[in-house]
Design a protein around this ligand. Structure first.
Ligand code: SAM
Length: 294
């Protein structure tokens, strides 16, 4: 997208918000006055709030610092890609959409741009739950050193990772279990559209105790000055206990975007070895409380 188009899109976003607010500013019969005022306050908070601004600003920044797809596409073995696409056209599990390489390259280009990895010196990047490897493929072509980690149970992802020649470790991330030795430290650890935080049986999502364990484990794999970026799914990022938890660990949290830009921070209170998950949860909450409120 050209710079001007990027600006126009950003301005459109702001205009759409302003337009909604304009409706609310109109004089309304008195009984609705208070309600309208509350709505207006809400809208203004939304407008002036950091979320709308940050989203629009990211869009602008991408247009200032474009990352053309054509040179990336040119590196793909198109004959092999066509074969894969043909085999999954009628996939009953809905995998066909993942063979739309252009679409997923665009999605992942934005991720690369937003993390400014297209303008960075060579980094070692580990992507947890790497799926088809689109994100790492782009990074690899930009000169970074990459490693994916995934369960590897989806054949299409395996075929895509091979097509992209992205190295991958097969591993199932489980609550309260350490990752394997990956043979190196990483400058970045990322995870997009995170799914590993779901208990398969109960479908319950991880809480602070599970995340605390993983983050401590990830720190072992981080090089000094390393960063972690997680992108959660809606039910998880809407959990306010998780929001507070990630903040105490040093993240900036913007809805689903959890960014440990300056590494991790752990509470000074020590964690004992716990007998059960419940007591573990309680203790993490206590430690968090200590961190938040002193
Ligand atoms: C929704 S896909 C996202 C793929 C990729 N991160 C993206 O955003 O395009 C979720 C990925 O997480 C992987 N995954 C799910 N549970 C996992 C686990 N317990 N350990 C490792 N990977 C897991 C799946 O195999 C799948 O590739």
């Amino acid at each position: 997208m050209c710079i001007v188009c990027g600006w126009i899109n950003a301005i459109r976003t702001w205009n759409a918000d302003l337009h909604e607010n304009a409706d609310l500013v109109r004089v309304r019969p008195l009984p609705y006055y208070l309600i309208s005022e509350m709505k207006l306050a809400h809208k203004i908070r939304k407008l002036a709030g950091p979320l709308t601004y940050r989203r629009a600003w990211r869009r602008v920044r991408r247009s200032f610092s474009p990352l053309p797809l054509e040179p990336l596409r040119a590196k793909i073995d198109l004959k092999r890609l066509r074969e894969i696409q043909q085999r999954y056209t009628d996939s009953s599990e809905g995998f066909a959409k993942y063979t739309d390489v252009d679409r997923y390259l665009r999605v992942n280009r934005e991720r690369v741009q937003d993390l400014k990895l297209h303008r960075s010196t060579r980094k070692r990047v580990l992507d947890l739950g790497c799926g088809g490897g689109f994100f790492l493929f782009i990074l690899k072509k930009l000169g970074h050193s990459v490693l994916g980690l995934d369960v590897g149970h989806i054949d299409l992802y395996t075929e895509l990772v091979e097509l992209f020649d992205v190295p991958r470790v097969l591993w199932t991330i489980s609550a309260f279990e350490s990752l394997p030795d990956l043979g190196q430290k990483f400058d970045w650890i990322t995870a997009f559209s995170v799914r590993f935080n779901l208990y398969q049986q109960s479908k319950r999502s991880w809480g602070p105790a599970e995340w605390d364990f993983l983050l401590r484990d990830l720190e072992r794999h981080l090089a000094p000055g390393g960063k972690i970026f997680l992108e959660l799914d809606p039910p998880d990022y809407q959990a306010s206990e998780l929001h507070d938890f990630f903040v105490t660990r040093g993240a900036t949290v913007e809805r689903e975007r959890i960014f440990f830009e300056k590494g991790l921070r752990f509470p000074s209170v020590s964690y004992a070895t716990f007998g059960s998950k419940d007591s573990e949860l309680a203790s993490v909450a206590e430690a968090d409380n200590h961190e938040l409120h002193g």
